[in-house]
Design a protein around this ligand. Structure first.
Ligand SMILES: Cc1cc2nc3c(=O)[nH]c(=O)nc-3n(C[C@H](O)[C@H](O)[C@H](O)COP(=O)(O)OP(=O)(O)OC[C@H]3O[C@@H](n4cnc5c(N)ncnc54)[C@H](O)[C@@H]3O)c2cc1C
Ligand SMILES: NC(=O)c1ccc[n+]([C@@H]2O[C@H](COP(=O)([O-])OP(=O)(O)OC[C@H]3O[C@@H](n4cnc5c(N)ncnc54)[C@H](O)[C@@H]3O)[C@@H](O)[C@H]2O)c1
Length: 474
């Protein structure tokens, strides 16, 4: 075709976010001729409008909270002096510091051909990106997701924030209304509250409904203790602007009023305008339909990351990338597995999960499970650091096979990794119980939980009988 550039490749990746970048980096370094197409910003959501800015904002909020809490250690008695413009510089400085890792330069250096255009399938084996036609043996659609905007009467007539705009606020909101109590809603509610805004969080169910109910309750109490108004199990009837204020009318007739509105009510897969129909790729309400090998209905086209409709995490996108590479380049029938997928909500305290929650384990295994737990109140390090809220809990089958673990408390995201490793390695609970954990560490809590599996036997009547018998024998 005239005026058009044509490229042929082994692999063409659409979207340079967590999933697409991992696929492209792996494939290029393994020698595949790889084309990477990105319409907007290299790094996608995670780097620019997701994980990175949200964790940077939470870190600033934690620093502010540490000032408030210093009094408890006998160190000063003061309120934090928060310079919101400087907080914003910290957030954007963090993005800038990480950006080179996801940059066009780096990917070109790895051997990828990078095209900064919007991509669209013309037919099952051709993609058009700007002026370039790409023909490839395999394609990967990794176009991610965006904030789902609820169908709320009045919402279309007022300004609202999403994860794409909230990190660009020049000034701290006076009163932030947060719609949605999933991970984004809870993290942002706590961050803005600790940075000095009034915050009201409105959630249709309980907060963090995908998580263990007892653990979510610990997070809820912490949000309330920080001063967040948490309104749960309530619908929103309409939204309106009254002067400069935003007013929501709830199903129970309460009317929270705020200066800003953040929509954090779930995600919608980016499937529009991609020519998926022309490519023979089927889409459902959740996203692109894929099998366990991440193949779409067109066996030459894979989907990875948020657009594939499953869990939405950067590390899950990374797992997807490994599955796609092995299927697409090596033709190995590798499947995705959620069995040891961890997830963490980075509130303070953090809430971390791997494997089944207690409720899920009961659903699947009935009463044939052991539930083991320990409180951070009994962990000496947590006490010393005045972070003794929360608990760790594990669920095993009758024989001590670990089915899942939940940790809510300080550093829960770090602590859950021992449980993920144990599950991935097929270790039984006895291995964790036998670990020599350094004292005093937060990690001792895992050994304590695991040890609970043996407590009834260890301190039971049979052991006591045996000890007395051996004592009598001299
Ligand atoms: C506020 C927030 C906080 C989060 N925090 C965490 C966290 O702490 N930990 C965690 O694991 N996960 C977190 N997530 C989720 C995580 O960001 C996503 O799961 C991850 O970014 C998904 O990666 P992806 O590659 O599927 O999509 P994306 O990162 O969205 O990348 C998709 C890319 O495709 C591009 N694109 C779209 N259409 C086209 C097209 N037609 N042509 C070319 N390019 C296109 C987009 O511009 C984008 O760059 C968070 C998300 C949000 C919103
Ligand atoms: N720490 C992390 O790993 C992290 C952090 C942020 C986001 N994420 C990822 O991003 C995804 C999206 O996060 P999210 O919090 O937007 O989604 P989510 O779907 O987990 O939570 C959104 C919540 O909003 C509620 N909701 C929906 N419509 C509502 C309405 N009209 N009124 C009141 N409540 C309403 C829903 O009940 C739901 O619980 C998550 O699935 C998660 O995987 C991960």
């Amino acid at each position: 075709m005239t005026g058009r550039k044509e490229l042929t490749a082994d692999l063409c990746v659409i979207g340079a976010g967590s999933a697409g970048l991992s696929v492209a980096a792996g494939a290029a370094q393994m020698g595949a001729r790889t084309v990477l197409i990105e319409a907007h910003r290299m790094g996608g959501d995670c780097l620019n409008t997701g994980c990175v800015p949200s964790k940077a904002l939470l870190a600033a909020a934690k620093a502010a909270q540490a000032v408030r809490g210093a009094d408890g250690f006998g160190v000063g008695r003061q309120a934090p002096d928060i310079d919101f413009a400087a907080v914003r510089r910290h957030v954007h400085g963090t993005i800038a510091a990480i950006a080179p890792h996801d940059s066009e330069d780096r990917f070109r250096a790895l051997g990828c051909t990078v095209i900064r255009e919007r991509a669209r399938f013309l037919d099952p084996s051709t993609v058009l990106a700007g002026n370039t036609l790409v023909r490839a043996r395999r394609f990967v659609v990794a176009t991610g997701s965006r904030a789902a905007v609820p169908d709320l009467p009045g919402l279309d007539r007022l300004p609202f924030l999403t994860n794409e705009t909230v990190f660009d606020l020049a000034e701290r909101p006076r009163h932030l209304l947060v719609v949605g109590g999933g991970p984004i809603g809870c993290e942002m509610a706590q961050a803005f509250r600790r940075l000095g805004a009034e915050v009201t969080l409105i959630q249709r169910h309980r907060i963090l409904p995908k998580d263990d109910a007892d653990a979510a309750e610990v997070v809820r109490r912490s949000l309330v203790a920080d001063g967040v108004t948490v309104l749960e199990n309530v619908g929103i009837e309409r939204a309106e602007q009254v002067g400069t204020d935003i007013v929501l009318t709830l199903s129970d007739e309460r009317r929270p009023i705020g200066s800003h509105l953040l929509i954090a009510a779930g995600r919608r897969a980016n499937v529009e305008g991609l020519g998926l129909e022309e490519a023979g790729v089927r889409v459902t309400a959740k996203g692109i339909a894929v099998d366990k090998r991440l193949r779409t209905d067109n066996r030459h086209i894979f989907a990875a990351g948020d657009v594939a409709g499953g869990p939405q995490f950067t590390h899950w996108a990374g797992h997807h990338a490994g599955v796609v590479i092995r299927n697409a380049l090596f033709r190995l029938p590798i499947r995705v597995s959620e069995r040891t997928l961890p997830w963490v909500t980075y509130t303070d305290p953090e809430l971390a999960q791997v494997g089944l929650t207690e409720a899920q384990a009961r659903d699947r295994h009935g009463d044939g499970i052991h539930v083991l737990s320990a409180a951070f109140a009994d962990n000496d390090r947590a006490r010393a650091e005045r972070h003794a809220e929360g608990f760790a809990k594990a669920v095993t089958d009758r024989r001590g096979r670990i089915l899942g673990a939940t940790i809510v408390g300080p550093q829960a995201g770090e602590l859950i990794q021992a449980w993920g490793l144990a599950m991935a390695g097929g270790l039984k609970i006895g291995t964790l119980a036998g670990v020599i954990a350094p004292y005093p560490t937060l990690g001792e809590i895992s050994k304590r939980v695991a040890g609970g599996f043996y407590t009834p036997t260890l301190y039971g009547p049979r052991t006591r009988w045996l000890v007395r018998l051996l004592a009598r024998l001299g």
